[in-house]
Design a protein around this ligand. Structure first.
Ligand SMILES: [Zn+2]
Length: 200
């Protein structure tokens, strides 16, 4: 089992995503090669998304974005671990990564959760889903404006800005810092949705 103590982060530090990613990859995805650079960073405090993975147009960089709200220590660690592992699974399946694409759709036939179960992460997924179902809407309303402004742009974000200009990716909405990019030259982005109808 993964734990905060094993990962290094404690209750007073910011949850270091690179540490979590490396630990999860080493323990549960050691058979999956990192064939390009993989960057992970906190993104926007999305209301309906926990994480996403995208691939730069030159295939040299995969970027995993994690909902900024998951840095709060009041969010159970299982939510952070399940979210990161979910995106690594997409990478392993060839979505958001240069690896061969194993499925036509990233979530076809529940392939992500089945993969996580096989890799010993099923308990994290179930605990995560239970907490999200029970707590997310109220938690979001309370913490929707985290201190994430003024941070430096990640390398991926810089790349993304260039990609948007060069390749006309489509942005269908901008709302309270949440954005959806619905299409790109390589197909729709992969992203995890929180399937809860929040009231506002
Ligand atoms: Zn997904």
């Amino acid at each position: 089992m993964l734990s905060a103590t094993e990962h290094g982060p404690n209750t007073t530090s910011v949850r270091d995503l690179t540490t979590y990613l490396d630990c999860i990859w080493q323990r549960h995805f050691s058979d999956i090669p990192r064939v390009n650079e993989v960057e992970i960073a906190y993104g926007h405090p999305w209301k309906q998304r926990l994480g996403l993975i995208r691939l730069s147009l030159d295939n040299k960089l995969s970027f995993i974005g994690i909902n900024a709200l998951l840095r709060h220590h009041s969010v159970p660690e299982c939510v952070l671990i399940a979210t990161i592992a979910h995106e690594v699974t997409h990478y392993a399946h060839g979505f958001g990564s240069p690896l061969p694409r194993l499925y036509q759709h990233p979530h076809a036939n529940n392939v992500v959760d089945r993969e996580l179960e096989q890799r010993g992460l099923g308990e994290y997924v179930r605990s995560c889903d239970e907490w999200i179902d029970r707590e997310w809407c109220a938690f979001y309303q309370m913490h929707r404006k985290p201190p994430c402004f003024g941070r430096r742009a990640t390398r991926y974000e810089t790349t993304l800005a260039l990609d948007i200009r060069q390749c006309l990716w489509y942005i269908d909405s901008v709302f309270e810092g949440m954005y959806h990019i619905i299409n790109s030259p390589t197909g729709p982005y992969q992203k995890r949705h929180v399937s809860i109808p929040c009231s506002s």
